[in-house]
Structures are given as structure tokens and as C-alpha cells.
Design a protein around this ligand. Structure first.
Ligand code: PMP
Length: 402
């Protein structure tokens, strides 16, 4: 069929139709150069100007201070699982050359399957020791599920770690830190060592650009793959504080693991993200999305709309729960705005729900293969009408099941 459906997929995900239409023009002829965007040199003045413009939209929209660089790379969120470890261990080595490997601690907050994967990569790679600062599974209903953000008392951070890692939004499990710093589900910034430059790392892959980033300036590294709120896969965005852009070769001379040239933040920063050929087409589409966001009133407008979408779906979920038709998986207060996960209990019911959605031209609602159930992803390109269509269907479904 030629008709587009509503795509609630978790990533890659829906992009704004008007941006895609604009991009098809650029694919044939980028900014009147007579050359398509997938064909033009990444060193052409037109493309470098476009890249700089995309960067400045991010800087303005997120209010990124001059202490931090914005870098573009490839390799996705998974690539950063390795990069943050190598770069921040190198930084720690330069700061404390006298420490033994086992004295170099990396604190990981494990709240879901993505932070768990990142932690496992640190264990694989690091000449350092992983400390689990908190593991949300301990506080879950069954002792196994990632269904909550732990209470602030449960975090045990190390003194002077090489890095402190958390995943702001767990895409598979549907748990997210609150952006309200007064909430018990907010990241416990107040429990971190005060003063000095914290090596705080956040994976924002699935919430980047959906709302402002609390305490952005206190982060060492924020990273995100583009393929949720921003653009196609193939582009990874980094916000790196300048003291974390270190001479990794000097660190290697002191015994740190040598860092592959493409993974070194210094390589990316020194070359203004053009050390090698960047992902030109994903950058183009993400740049168009960013232009649209700025023209549409900025991040607060999206944040407000995203909150509304979230509240609408949660209301429908609650109604279904009262009837015993749906069952939310995440503890109240820890539920993600971006990925809402729930079960449809009963033989064949889940498939029935998904089939009914597909008949109504709504797709991408199946939960991650590791957890099953339903996952509703409400990224920026999903608008209020799209959300209303889903809510209407959820209510209708709940009413017909007896
Ligand atoms: N972190 C999070 C929170 C994610 O959602 C994902 C991908 N869905 C990743 C990391 C891995 O990203 P990538 O597939 O870009 O490597």
C-alpha cells in the first residue's frame, strides 16, 4: 500500500513527513548545488555550513554551555559503550598515574537492559573495576525485572571514580529518570561528590531532544544515537565537556589501553567531527528535523507536547488496568515518557491487540523481543492526533474484552 501508517516503533522510528518530503528534494539536489546530499563532498562549503548549523541548533535548543563540545560520529549508542570507557579511563590515568588498575573504579547505575550492556562492555574493556552503584532489579516486584528507578538511598557511588554511568531512558524496559529534580525518581545528583569536575556519563539515546536535560552542565559526556527523536540511524551525537577530551596517546604511554583513533574524543574534536567521512545523509535529515524544532518554538514546546501524549496513554492504560485488560510493567513514578510498556494478559490477547492496531493502521507496537508485551513509543514525530488514535483504540479494546 502507498499509504503511511502511524509508526509507534522504538527505533528506527517515525520522522516528520514534511521533513522527509523536503529531504527527497535534497537527495536529488542539495541547496541548489546540482548535487544530491548523498553524493556531495563532506568537505564542500555547503555541507560544512549545514553541519555547523545543525550543531548550533543543538546548542541553542539544549542550552549547551561553552564548556562542552558537540561532536558527531558513527557507531551508535553501542559504540559509545566502548568509547566512554576508553576515553574516561585515559583521562583518569592522566589525573592519577599512580593508581593500580583495580583502584580505577567505574560506577555503573543499572536500571535496564541498555545500561546493563554498557556495564558489561566496561567489564570487557576496562583496565579498571566496575562498581554497580545501584541495580534496579533488586527493588523490583519479582527480583528480576527492570521495572523501577531505585530510591536515592540505594545508590553507592565511589570516591573519585573514572566514570559514573547511567542511562536516562531505558528503551526496552520503559523506565526513565524524572526530569523533576525534586522527584524520588530523579537521578541522585546530590549524592555525587560535590565540587570538581564529575566524570558523569549519560546515555540519552532514546530521550535526546524530547525535553531539556537536567543538570546538563554537570555531565562529562552525554551521547545519543539519532534514530529515535532526531533522524535516521548512522549518526551519533556527543556532548563532551572539554576536560574529557584528553590526549589518549599520552595516557597510553602511562599504561592506559590505546584508544582506536576513531573512538578518541580528541580526534573528533580536533577535526570538528570531520576526521573521516561522516554519515552525510543522516546528518542532513537530522539537521532538517532540528531546523523544524527551532522554528516550532524550541524544546519546551516538544516537552509539553510529549508530557501530554504520555498522560493520555497512561490514562488509557489505567482504565484498561481497572478492567483487568492491560497490565503496566513499570512502577508508578518510574514510567518513561517515551516508551510505555504493558502486557495484555490472557491467551492470544496480545496478538489480538496488535492485529487490531495494525488493522487501524498503527504499527510498531510489539514489545522488545526480550520482554514481549506492548511497547508504545511516543517520540517527537508522533503528534497529538496520532496519540489520540491509539488512545481511542486502547479504550475501545478495553471495552470489548469481557
Ligand atoms: N542505548 C539506548 C538507550 C538505546 O535505546 C539503544 C538502541 N535502541 C542503544 C543504546 C544502542 O544504540 P545503537 O543501536 O545506536 O548502537
Amino acid at each position: 500500500s502507498n499509504e503511511r501508517v502511524i509508526n509507534f516503533g522504538a527505533g528506527p522510528s517515525a520522522l516528520p513527513t514534511d521533513v522527509l518530503e523536503e529531504a527527497t528534494k535534497g537527495l536529488l539536489n542539495f541547496q541548489g548545488t546540482g548535487i544530491g546530499i548523498a553524493e556531495i563532498s563532506h568537505r564542500s562549503k555547503e555541507f560544512t555550513a549545514f553541519l555547523n548549523d545543525a550543531e548550533s541548533h543543538i546548542r541553542t535548543l539544549l542550552e549547551v554551555p561553552p564548556t562542552h563540545k558537540i561532536l558527531f560520529t558513527q557507531g551508535g549508542g553501542s559504540g559509545q559503550f566502548s568509547s566512554v570507557v576508553l576515553n574516561l579511563l585515559a583521562r583518569h590515568r592522566l589525573l592519577h598515574p599512580e593508581l593500580k588498575d583495580e583502584e580505577r573504579v567505574m560506577d555503573y547505575v543499572v536500571t535496564g537492559s541498555w545500561s546493563k550492556k554498557a556495564m558489561e562492555e566496561a567489564r570487557r574493556l576496562g583496565r579498571g573495576r566496575v562498581n554497580i552503584a545501584a541495580d534496579a532489579r533488586k527493588y523490583s516486584k519479582d527480583g528480576k525485572a527492570f521495572d523501577n528507578i531505585p530510591a536515592h538511598d540505594e545508590y553507592a557511588f565511589s570516591a573519585d571514580p573514572a566514570l559514573i554511568y547511567y542511562c536516562e531512558n531505558e528503551t526496552v524496559d520503559g523506565v526513565q529518570f524524572s526530569d523533576d529534580l525534586g522527584s524520588p525518581a530523579a537521578f541522585p545528583f546530590h549524592k555525587l561528590q560535590q565540587g570538581g569536575l564529575l566524570p558523569l556519563v549519560a546515555d540519552y539515546s532514546s530521550s535526546f531532544m524530547s525535553r531539556p536535560i537536567p543538570r546538563l552542565a554537570d555531565h562529562a559526556v552525554i551521547f545519543a544515537g539519532a534514530q529515535k527523536n532526531l533522524g535516521p540511524a548512522g549518526l551519533t551525537i556527543l556532548i563532551v565537556r572539554q576536560d574529557c577530551i584528553v590526549d589518549v596517546d599520552a595516557a597510553a604511554k602511562l599504561g592506559a589501553v590505546p584508544v582506536p583513533i576513531m573512538l578518541s574524543y580528541k580526534t573528533l574534536a580536533d577535526s570538528k567531527s570531520l576526521y573521516n567521512t561522516p554519515s552525510v545523509l543522516p546528518i542532513y535529515i537530522a539537521g532538517l528535523v532540528l531546523q523544524k524544532m527551532s522554528a516550532g518554538g524550541g524544546l519546551q514546546v516538544y516537552a509539553q507536547s510529549n508530557r501530554q501524549k504520555f498522560e493520555k496513554v497512561i490514562a488509557a492504560l489505567k482504565k484498561g488496568e481497572e478492567k483487568g485488560v492491560f497490565k503496566g510493567k513499570v512502577k508508578e513514578g518510574s514510567v518513561s515518557w517515551m516508551n510505555i510498556v504493558f502486557d495484555v494478559p490472557g491467551e492470544g490477547r496480545l496478538q489480538g491487540f496488535l492485529d487490531g492496531a495494525a488493522e487501524r493502521k498503527m504499527k510498531g507496537l510489539a514489545g522488545h523481543r526480550s520482554v514481549g508485551g506492548v511497547r508504545v513509543s511516543l517520540y517527537n514525530a508522533i503528534n497529538q492526533q496520532d496519540t489520540d488514535r491509539l488512545v481511542e483504540y486502547m479504550n475501545e479494546y478495553a471495552a470489548t474484552v469481557v
